[in-house]
Design a protein around this ligand. Structure first.
Ligand code: ARG
Length: 459
């Protein structure tokens, strides 16, 4: 039996079932690099304040570096008796260095150690996620450029609403991802405060220098209350919330593109290499990547729920429940990172089918609102103008006419004297798009400026 570092007051061996139930090594081994990083910063601080000699410090740093290399190479033995990654690394160090290794845990507890490790891991994961968000933003901007002059039907309630330029559509997702990036940056900032040195829960009587550790590990501050810090997983909840928002954005987009790739829409062409087939229907080509991006949002939302329920009602300082933080945290990051990666691949590989989209732009009276605003521009009250154009649309529907422009001139003047000659020059999706003016609208000039701005910001 490997001796437990906490075994001093125990008279019998731990029940095997308890070891199996309480272990976290099966999943927290992922923290090994961060654990070593934290321990090196810790022991260097211990040397600085005189709690270990500089020779002892050098031995410990070398030992930890070797252990890290062994774990990386895959020839480090993991055993259930050593519970978690923190105990594994410390025990391996003691195996190598004896009494010198036994000094590493001075002025430290696993409670502040695990909080530090999880923060370091999460900080790196947030940075990786940010790169994934930037890559996807770039993919959307490139798609906007590839479809510069294409007009799309815009939808509300999934019913045809108004025409929009394709770049306007793509940049909508760039904006959503920009908010995700800014949420992520906020979260990273609040996370970036060092827990280590809080020790078990009350701090330590030893003369440690926490600010030294903080700057060695790139933390911007030091947690000011030792009772708060080892129970604090706010940063994990916030991170998972940020991930949930990303997953929600991706799921909405994926749903849209699943629809767009149907025969009925035929807006989207996906390359074969990004689709999969059916084992029974030979003709099938399915958008499974998009469906799975939509589906995997469930795991991330689930992780957020797990966290909120896990932390609800926990008393101050460390409670073993907190060990349950890792699996949902890791899974949420893994899921979102993979979804972002695949989303970039799909956006890069997909083409909007300009011919199929253009062929049906006359359906759905996409220019009706523009015509209404033309009347408003001539001093007609909005409610009146709305009614006038509504009657014209009804007239079309009754006579099975698809475009307002196909109504006889006389119907326009009859509907309102201000709809005289020249009215038809305003109709059709091209004219409708050109008529937009407001900031943030689909006006060609506005969209051009937005596209230029995003290209600059993302270069
Ligand atoms: N494996 C534990 C966790 O992940 C480490 C901290 C354990 N602390 C303790 N006092 N038992 O939370």
């Amino acid at each position: 039996m490997a001796e437990k570092p906490w075994g001093g007051r125990f008279g019998e061996r731990t029940d095997r079932k308890v070891e199996e139930f309480t272990e976290s090594i099966s999943f927290d081994r992922r923290l090994f690099e961060h654990d070593v990083r934290g321990s090196i910063a810790h022991v260097q601080m211990l040397a600085k304040v005189g709690l270990v000699t500089s020779d002892e410090c050098a031995q410990i740093v070398r030992g930890l570096t070797d252990i890290k290399a062994e774990i990386t190479a895959g020839n480090f033995p993991f055993v259930l008796e050593r519970e978690d990654i923190h105990m594994h690394i410390e025990a391996a160090l003691i195996d190598r260095l004896g009494d010198v290794g036994r000094k590493l845990h001075t002025a430290r507890s696993r409670n502040d150690q695990v909080a530090t490790d999880v923060k370091l891991w999460t900080r790196d994961a947030l940075d990786r996620t940010d790169l994934g968000l930037i890559a996807l933003q770039k993919a959307f901007v490139a798609a906007a450029e590839r479809h510069r002059d294409l007009i799309l039907p815009g939808y509300t309630h999934l019913q045809r609403a108004q025409p929009v330029l394709a770049p306007h559509y793509f940049l909508a997702y760039v904006e959503k991802l920009a908010r995700d990036r800014s949420r992520l940056a906020d979260c990273r900032k609040r996370l970036n405060v060092l827990p280590l040195g809080a020790a078990a829960m009350a701090g330590t009587t030893l003369p440690i220098d926490r600010h030294h550790v903080a700057s060695a590990l790139g933390f911007e501050g030091v947690a000011a209350n030792s009772m708060d810090v080892s129970s604090d997983r706010d940063f994990a909840v916030e991170s998972v919330f940020v991930l949930t928002m990303i997953a929600e954005h991706l799921a909405g987009w994926a749903e849209e593109w699943v629809l767009w790739s149907t025969q009925e829409f035929s807006f989207l062409a996906l390359p074969d290499k990004l689709c999969t087939g059916s084992s029974i229907m030979p003709q099938k080509k399915n958008p499974d990547v998009l469906e799975l991006i939509r589906g995997r949002s469930a795991r991330v939302i689930g992780a957020l729920t797990t966290f909120l329920v896990l932390l609800k009602g926990l008393p101050l300082a460390y409670n073993r429940d907190l060990q349950e933080d890792k699996e949902p945290l890791f899974d949420a990051f893994d899921t979102v990172e993979a979804c972002l990666d695949l989303a970039s691949l799909v956006v890069d590989g997909a083409t909007l089918r300009a011919d199929r989209i253009a062929a049906r732009l006359d359906e759905g009276f996409l220019d009706a609102t523009t015509l209404m605003e033309h009347l408003i521009g001539q001093g007609i009250p909005q409610r009146t103008a709305h009614e006038v154009i509504g009657h014209l649309v009804a007239l079309c529907v009754q006579q099975n006419i698809h475009r307002l422009a196909d109504l006889p001139d006389a119907d326009f003047v009859k509907a309102h004297p201000k709809l005289g000659p020249g009215t038809k020059d305003l109709l059709g999706v091209e004219n409708a798009v050109k008529a937009f003016k407001s900031y943030g609208s689909t006006a060609p000039k506005e969209v051009e400026a937005q596209l230029k701005g995003w290209k600059e910001r993302l270069s």
